[in-house]
Design a protein around this ligand. Sequence first.
Ligand SMILES: *[C@@H]1O[C@H](CO)[C@@H](O)[C@H](O)[C@H]1NC(C)=O
Length: 146
Amino acid sequence: MSISVTKKLFSLFIVLSYFTCFVIADCYFTSSVTVYIFNGIPASTIDVHVKSGDDDLGHHNITLNLAYHFHFCANIFGNTFFMGDFADNSRSAHFHVYDDDVFQYVNEYYADITNVYWLLKQDGYYLSKEFKPYDDPSWVYRGAWE
Ligand SMILES: *[C@@H]1O[C@H](CO)[C@@H](O)[C@H](O)[C@H]1NC(C)=O
């Protein structure tokens, strides 16, 4: 192959890999994280409010079987956290919906894509690395309503 064809192929490769990176994994060097929060409480409306140091994601209502989700790129220092405040008519819960501890639990092999699943149930909130039926034992109990 002539040098110029090689060069052209090389530039094409660079452009394609850039494009592929951009489309498939939108985060460079860090994991692309999506946090899902499901309401598993019949006849309830839960106000979800997630915030981090510089991001306030606002208030969102979720009813049974609906989920609120948000997405971000984990930072390379591993110190990103998002606080979740939850309230229904009579009670509330406050916990880190994402932090280093949650990351290590759901993504022990440091994959490029990280999914975090939270489930709000009558007796408290549960964490899982996969989305499973609400009564599946893979949901790990992490705390109670206040
Ligand atoms: C959530 O629902 C409550 C009660 O219906 C309502 O007052 C509130 O404005 C809703 N919040 C949002 C963000 O839609």
